[in-house]
Design a protein around this ligand. Structure first.
Ligand SMILES: [Zn+2]
Ligand SMILES: [Zn+2]
Length: 376
C-alpha cells in the first residue's frame, strides 16, 4: 500500500489547503473521463478522503491505512453519515468545474447530512408611535415545525433511520451525460430520500417520516425603538424545522412602517405642518403641538412668522435604533387666511390696511370700478 501523502505528492505536515490543492490537481489528471487511469484515480480519491479529514488523518498518522481504495466498509470513521467531507463523484466535478457546476448541492461537505430548515421572512407593520416606543409584537408564522408525535425523528417506533439503498447514503444519484467535452458524470438529488441519504423505518403517522409538519405558530418578537422600513429582526431557530430533527432555520421579521397622518419621517427626525391663523402668525403665539409619544408640547411661534418658516422642537423626534439622542421635530408653518369675514371684521381689516398705508378697495367698490374712476 503506497503512502497516502506520496499519492497526493504532499509532505506529512501539509496544510488542509495544500492537501485540497494537490487532490484537485491529481484528480484532474487521473480522472477516467479525462483519459486517466481509474486505479490511480481511486487511490488519489482515497488518499484525499483520509487526509482531508482531521480525525482520519490523525488516525492514519498513528496507525497507518487499513482502508482500501473504493471500499468504505472497514473504516469506522467512514461512510457518509458522519459528514466526512468527501462526497463521491459530485465532489470531483466540483474539483473540475468549481462551484459553477451543480451548485452547492454537489459540495462534498453537505452530502449525507440533512440540511437545516429554511429561513422564513414575515413582514409586520408598525405605526410611527410603535417605532418611537418599541413594541412587543406577536407574529403569526405558518411553517413546518418539529413533529410532536415523534419528536422530530420521523419514526413512529423510535427506530431511527437507515442508509438509503437507492443512493447508498450519498443523497445523490449519478448520471452520465454526453457533452462536447466527452462523457461527464453528473449528480442530482436522490428521489427516494430527498437528498438526505437516509430513510426512516416505521414512518411516523403525524409527519409521514419527515419529522416535521406545517403548523401555525404565534411568536412574540421584541421590536426595539427606532427601527426603520425594511429592517429585519432575526429570531434564531424560529424558521422552518429541518427534516428528521435537523436544525431549524431562522425567522426574519421585516419591519414596515405605516404612513402617519401628521408626521413624516426623515431618519430620526420628524416633520409636520402646523396651521397658524394669520393674526397669530403676525403677532406671535404659543401652540399646543402633538407629539409622537402622545401628549402635546407648547411651542412658541414668534411674531412675524412667514408661510414655510420652520420651527425646530429639539429631541421630539424618534430615538435611533440601538440608543442615543432622539432626533428633532420640525414644524413647517402654514398661515391660515380667513375665508369668511363679517362686516365688522372687514371694517377692522380696512382700518388696519389704512394704518399701514396699504391700498385696499373700499367696501362695495371693486378694483374695476376704481380703475375706471382713476382714468376718468
Ligand atoms: Zn412525526
Ligand atoms: Zn437516497
Amino acid at each position: 500500500m503506497p503512502d497516502l501523502y506520496d499519492i497526493l505528492g504532499v509532505s506529512r505536515d501539509a496544510s488542509p489547503d495544500e492537501v485540497k490543492r494537490a487532490y484537485r490537481k491529481k484528480a484532474r489528471e487521473s480522472h477516467p473521463d479525462a483519459g486517466g487511469d481509474e486505479d490511480t484515480f481511486k487511490q488519489v480519491t482515497h488518499a484525499y478522503q483520509v487526509l482531508s479529514d482531521p480525525q482520519k488523518r490523525a488516525r492514519y498518522d498513528r496507525f497507518g491505512d487499513d482502508g482500501t481504495p473504493g471500499t468504505r466498509g472497514g473504516d469506522p470513521f467512514g461512510g457518509f453519515s458522519g459528514g466526512a467531507g468527501f462526497g463521491g463523484i459530485g465532489d470531483v466535478i466540483d474539483a473540475f468545474f468549481g462551484t459553477a457546476f451543480g451548485g452547492g448541492q454537489g459540495g462534498g461537505a453537505r452530502q449525507g447530512r440533512t440540511p437545516p430548515g429554511r429561513d422564513v421572512l414575515v413582514p409586520t407593520e408598525l405605526t410611527l408611535e410603535e417605532v418611537a416606543s418599541g413594541v412587543r409584537r406577536p407574529v403569526e408564522v405558518e411553517v413546518a415545525t418539529t413533529c410532536d408525535l415523534c419528536g422530530g425523528s420521523g419514526s413512529s417506533t423510535g427506530g431511527g433511520s437507515t442508509r438509503c439503498r437507492t443512493c447508498g447514503g450519498s443523497g445523490q444519484v449519478q448520471r452520465i451525460v454526453r457533452t462536447a467535452f466527452g462523457q461527464l458524470a453528473t449528480a442530482s438529488g436522490c428521489p427516494d430520500c430527498g437528498g438526505t441519504g437516509s430513510v426512516v423505518e416505521d414512518p411516523c403517522r403525524g409527519c409521514a417520516g419527515e419529522g416535521r409538519r406545517v403548523s401555525k405558530r404565534t411568536i412574540t418578537v421584541e421590536i426595539p425603538a427606532g427601527v426603520a422600513e425594511g429592517d429585519r429582526l432575526r429570531v434564531s431557530g424560529a424558521g422552518e424545522a429541518g427534516r428528521h430533527g435537523a436544525p431549524a432555520g431562522d425567522l426574519y421579521v421585516e419591519v414596515q412602517v405605516a404612513e402617519h397622518e401628521i408626521f413624516k419621517r426623515d431618519g430620526r427626525d420628524l416633520w409636520a405642518e402646523v396651521s397658524v391663523p394669520f393674526v397669530q402668525a403676525a403677532l406671535g403665539t404659543t401652540l399646543k403641538v402633538p407629539l409622537v409619544d402622545g401628549g402635546t408640547e407648547p411651542v412658541d411661534i414668534p411674531g412675524g412668522s412667514q408661510p414655510g418658516d420652520v420651527i425646530r422642537v429639539r429631541r421630539a423626534g424618534l430615538p435611533p435604533r440601538g440608543g442615543g439622542n432622539r432626533g428633532d421635530l420640525h414644524l413647517r408653518i402654514q398661515v391660515e387666511v380667513p375665508k369668511e369675514l363679517d362686516s365688522e371684521q372687514r371694517e377692522l381689516l380696512h382700518r388696519f390696511a389704512e394704518l399701514r398705508g396699504e391700498d385696499v378697495p373700499e367696501e362695495g367698490r371693486g378694483l374695476f370700478n376704481r380703475l375706471r374712476e382713476a382714468f376718468r
